[in-house]
Write a protein that binds this ligand. Structure first.
Ligand code: SF4
Length: 370
């Protein structure tokens, strides 16, 4: 059967659309292709031209592109994937490497910022290049999936440091790699008995949900406990096919956690986030972190103030069941570590007594035991 995308993009069969390799092969990667798919504004055209020449490249899967509103340049999906001219602006405090990952590299492709966990960067490729990406300094840099040889020093470091109990496999997006390239990496990690958990950080359930096949789930199942950390930012991304991908992972026994980045014009209001977090728990995904956007160079137009984030959290507290309410986190610039931030609920403290403000706006005194 011939079907068309909601966008005048490509004639494609149902089997094409559900084939993740076809989706990657047909990803939009140039201004010309983007121009054919969407009526671009001057700001987007200038941004795409710049992205073609320098900085974070363009990649948008046909699936993710189909979620973009072609008539609305402020569409929350479009803002995440279509470059804009504002990317060339620098905001005071912007950094190439906001989390100090280069400074905390302990072996090639291995970053350690905490005593008990490490980050292994296994590829620079993603299905979609997100315009706010913290790792824009290296994603799409052309290196591709890292070979086992390239990762050998990282494996040795992990084997020699039994204080590391948790490895986050990231990139780029590890699920943009073929299963046959990814599995030996995960198997090598799984053989390290001191590792309690391996976490796979992936945006594929959002940008390329067709990748979450039964075959993939079967291949990953022997690697339990393997946690999936995904990254939905807007309820529009919770399409039936994305929800099915999340449920397939949950059925495979993988805990699925979500990190949302707070982004201006995309999700910086309590109503949108409430809808997103409720949708995630229905899809059996735990909203884990709401992340204050990192001060990545060229992303000032997408960032909010911390005050705004705190106001949103205050609105959500009490309005959302606890399992749907993520922690609000600032990952401090320079790689000094994550800080959970909360609206101020402590009104006053006296010896043995604390006055607390509840979501109802009433103040209640909690008395310590003697
Ligand atoms: S998928 Fe993740 S690593 Fe890749 S561009 Fe998006 S945020 Fe960055």
């Amino acid at each position: 059967m011939q079907v068309r995308f909601p966008l005048p993009l490509l004639p494609a069969t149902e089997s094409h659309l559900s084939d993740w390799r076809w989706q990657i092969r047909h990803a939009i990667t140039s201004l010309d292709a983007l121009e054919r798919a969407l009526p671009l504004t001057p700001e987007e055209r200038a941004g795409a031209l710049r992205a073609q020449r320098q900085g974070l490249p363009i990649s948008i899967t046909p699936y993710y592109l189909s979620l973009c509103d072609r008539d609305d340049p402020h569409c929350p999906v479009r803002l995440q994937c279509v470059p804009r001219v504002e990317e060339e602006e620098e905001t005071p405090g912007d950094l190439e490497d906001p989390l100090g990952e280069i400074a905390h590299e302990v072996a090639p492709e291995l970053v350690q910022r905490y005593p008990d966990r490490a980050l292994l960067l296994v590829t620079d490729r993603c299905a979609v290049y997100c315009r706010f990406c913290t790792r824009s300094r290296m994603v799409g840099d052309g290196g591709g999936p890292r070979s086992l040889d390239r990762l050998e020093a990282a494996f040795r470091y992990l084997e020699q440091h039994s204080s590391i109990r948790d490895v986050i496999v990231s990139g780029g997006d590890p699920l943009a790699m073929s299963t046959s390239r990814l599995l030996p990496i995960l198997e090598r990690l799984r053989r390290m008995e001191h590792l309690d958990t391996i976490r796979l950080a992936t945006r594929v359930p959002v940008t390329l949900p067709q990748r979450i096949t039964h075959e993939l789930v079967d291949a990953l199942r022997p690697l339990h406990p393997l946690w999936i950390m995904t990254h939905f930012n807007h309820p529009k991304e919770l399409t039936p096919v994305a929800v099915e991908a999340c449920q397939r992972l949950a059925d495979g026994g993988f805990p699925v956690m979500n990190q949302t980045v707070l982004l201006r014009g995309i999700n910086n209001n309590a109503t949108t986030l409430e809808q997103l977090f409720r949708g995630l728990i229905r899809a059996r995904v735990r909203p884990y972190y709401l992340l204050q956007a990192d001060p990545v160079k060229g992303t000032g137009h997408l960032r909010t103030s911390l005050t705004e984030g705190l106001q949103i959290m205050e609105t959500l507290q009490g309005r959302l069941t606890g399992i749907a309410l993520p922690k609000y986190i600032v990952d401090t610039p320079g790689g000094m570590g994550k800080v959970p931030v909360l609206p101020d609920y402590i009104v006053a403290r006296r010896p043995g007594e604390t006055d607390l403000r509840t979501y109802r706006g009433v103040t209640v005194t909690y008395r310590d035991p003697r």
